[in-house]
Design a protein around this ligand. Structure first.
Ligand code: ATP
Length: 463
C-alpha cells in the first residue's frame, strides 16, 4: 500500500463523519468537486467560529498588551518584494516523466527514502532522487525531471487590463498586513513595547501537493500574532509565548501527550527567522506541524522601511532610545486546529451491550452544540414545555431541538456532534418540574429541577 493510501485510510472515519454530520463537505461537489477545497457545513462553521472566538478572547481581549487588526488580503505588490516572498516563498517540485504526476520534492524524498530533505537546494534534491533511484509512488518509474522552484503565491490581475504590471498577490500569510500597519498602530493606539498585534484571516497557498483532508489546503485561515519587543528581551518572550501556546492547546482540550515541540535546526530556518519551534501534533497520519513560533528579528520592519521609504521605529518613552522593534511570531492555523480537535475527540467506544457508539469528546468551550433538548414525545403538553425550556437555554448557548426518533437514537446523534449535555422533558417534568440531564462522556443521567438548569449547566459547561 502506498503512503498516500495509508494517509487517506487513517483519516477515513473522520472524513466520513464530517460529511455525514455536516462538519465538512468537499468543495463544489455538485460540479464534481474542486480539488483541495472544502466547505465548512453548519457544525464545522460553528466549530471554526468557536476556535476563532476563543483565540481572540484568550490572546486579545484578556490581555492589556495586545490589540487586533483586520488587514486586507491584497497588499501592495511591493510588500511581497520587501518581505522576500516573491523571491523565496517557493517549494521544490518534481515531475514523473512517465505518468506526469507532480510531487513536492522534499515530501517525495521523505516518503520514499524516509530522509529529512528540509534545507536542501533543488540541485541537491535532484541528485538525491537520481542517486538513490527513487521510484514514482504512483507508477513505479524511475524517470524524474530536475527539481525546480515553484512560487506558492496565487496571483490575480487588478483593473481591466491584464498586463504584468497589474499583478496582485493573494496573501500567503496574514503577518505582512500587520507589519504594513505597524506605524498606524503605534501612532494611533498609544501602545508601549512590548505589545502585540493579532489578526485572524484567510491566507492562500498554491500548494504543490495538498492533502490529508483539511491539513494542507490551498485556502485556509490563520490566527497570527506579531509581538513587538526590544531585541534584548527576545529569549524570555519566546519562552513565554511557547508556554502560552501549550496552554492554548490545553484550553481547547487537546491531549497533552499528543502535542510536542520541534526545534528547527539552524540550517533549515526561513530567511527571516533566528529561531523557530513548531508545535507538532500526533495526527492519525503521523506527527505534523500544528502551529509555529518564530523569532523574526527586525527583518520585516527593516525591509518594509527600506522598500516604502518610511521610518518604522519606536521611541522608548522613558529613555528616548529609538530602535526598530524585533518580533516574536506565534502562528496558528484554524483548519489544522479543527482537524486536531476532531482527531483528538473522535472515539468509537465499545459499550457493555456490545454496541459501538461514535462520540466526539469535545471540550465544552469548543463544542458546536452545547445542549440538546428533547421532548420525550412530539405531542402536547410535552412539546410546549420543551420549547419553553429550549427558548430559555438558546438565549445563552448554542442549542439544538430534536423531537424525532427514539431517545436513544437522539442521544447517539448528539454524541456524534460532540454535544456535552442532553435534556429530556418527560411526564415527570409536568409533575415535579424536573428534567433528565444526560452527560455525553459518562452517559449518566440525573434529574435537575428546571429552575436550577441554567446554573447547573453553566457550572458544567465552564469546566
Ligand atoms: P508546512 O511546513 O506544513 O507547509 P509552514 O511551516 O509552511 O507549514 P507556516 O508558514 O508556519 O506553515 O504557517 C503558519 C500556520 O498556518 C501553520 O502552522 C499551519 O497551522 C497553517 N498552515 C500553513 N499552510 C497551510 C495549508 N496549506 N493548509 C492549512 N493550514 C496551513
Amino acid at each position: 500500500m502506498s503512503h498516500a493510501q495509508t494517509i487517506q485510510d487513517s483519516l477515513k472515519p473522520i472524513v466520513a463523519l464530517c460529511k455525514r454530520r455536516g462538519f465538512i463537505y468537499p468543495g463544489s461537489e455538485i460540479y464534481g468537486g474542486f480539488a483541495n477545497t472544502y466547505s465548512f457545513g453548519p457544525y464545522g462553521a460553528e466549530l471554526k467560529k468557536n476556535i476563532k472566538d476563543l483565540w481572540w478572547k484568550t490572546f486579545v481581549r484578556s490581555r492589556r498588551d495586545m490589540v487586533g487588526l483586520d488587514g486586507p488580503i491584497l497588499l501592495h505588490p511591493k510588500a511581497w518584494l520587501a518581505s522576500g516572498h516573491l523571491e523565496g516563498f517557493n517549494d521544490a517540485l518534481i515531475d514523473c516523466k512517465a505518468c506526469k504526476s507532480r510531487f513536492r520534492c522534499d515530501h517525495l524524498i521523505e516518503e520514499v527514502l524516509g530522509e529529512d530533505a528540509d534545507g536542501l537546494s533543488v540541485e541537491e534534491m535532484t541528485a538525491k532522487v537520481r542517486g538513490q533511484h527513487v521510484k514514482c509512488p504512483k507508477c513505479g518509474a524511475q524517470d524524474f525531471t530536475d527539481a525546480r522552484h515553484f512560487n506558492l503565491m496565487f496571483h490575480t490581475h487588478m483593473s481591466k487590463t491584464s498586463s504584468d504590471g497589474d499583478i496582485a498577490y493573494l496573501r500567503p500569510e496574514t503577518a505582512q498586513a500587520i507589519f504594513l500597519d505597524y506605524k498606524n498602530i503605534v501612532d494611533t493606539m498609544r501602545v508601549k513595547i512590548p505589545f502585540g498585534v493579532a489578526q485572524i484571516g484567510k491566507a492562500f497557498r498554491n500548494e504543490i501537493t495538498p492533502g490529508n483532508f483539511v491539513f494542507r489546503v490551498i485556502e485556509f485561515e490563520q490566527m497570527e500574532i506579531e509581538y513587538f519587543i526590544h531585541e534584548n528581551a527576545w529569549e524570555k518572550v519566546f519562552d513565554e509565548w511557547l508556554q502560552a501556546m501549550h496552554k492554548w492547546c490545553e484550553l481547547i482540550g487537546l491531549k497533552k501527550s499528543r502535542v510536542h515541540e520541534k526545534e528547527h535546526p539552524k540550517e533549515q530556518l526561513s530567511h527571516y527567522s533566528k529561531r523557530t519551534v513548531d508545535l507538532v501534533y500526533d495526527f492519525p497520519f503521523g506527527r505534523s506541524e500544528l502551529y509555529g513560533l518564530a523569532y523574526r528579528t527586525d527583518f520585516d520592519l527593516k525591509r518594509h522601511a527600506e522598500y516604502s521609504c518610511t521610518k518604522l521605529e519606536y521611541t522608548d518613552p522613558e529613555t528616548r532610545e529609538k530602535f526598530v522593534p524585533h518580533v516574536i511570531e506565534p502562528t496558528f492555523g484554524v483548519e489544522r486546529t479543527l482537524l486536531a480537535l476532531l482527531c483528538d475527540a473522535y472515539e468509537e467506544e465499545q459499550l457493555e451491550n456490545g454496541e459501538t457508539r461514535t462520540v466526539l469528546r469535545f471540550a465544552p468551550c469548543i463544542a458546536p452544540v452545547k445542549v440538546a433538548v428533547f421532548p420525550l414525545m412530539k405531542k402536547e403538553p410535552l412539546a410546549g414545555k420543551a420549547e419553553e425550556i429550549f427558548a430559555q437555554l438558546q438565549a445563552i448557548w448554542a442549542c439544538e431541538y430534536d423531537e424525532s426518533g427514539a431517545i436513544g437514537k437522539r442521544y447517539r446523534r448528539q454524541d456524534e456532534l460532540g454535544t456535552p449535555y442532553c435534556i429530556t422533558i418527560d411526564f415527570d417534568t409536568l409533575e415535579n418540574d424536573t428534567v433528565t440531564l444526560r452527560d455525553r462522556d459518562s452517559m449518566k443521567q440525573e434529574r435537575v429541577t428546571v429552575k436550577d438548569l441554567v446554573s447547573v449547566l453553566s457550572e458544567k459547561l465552564s469546566r
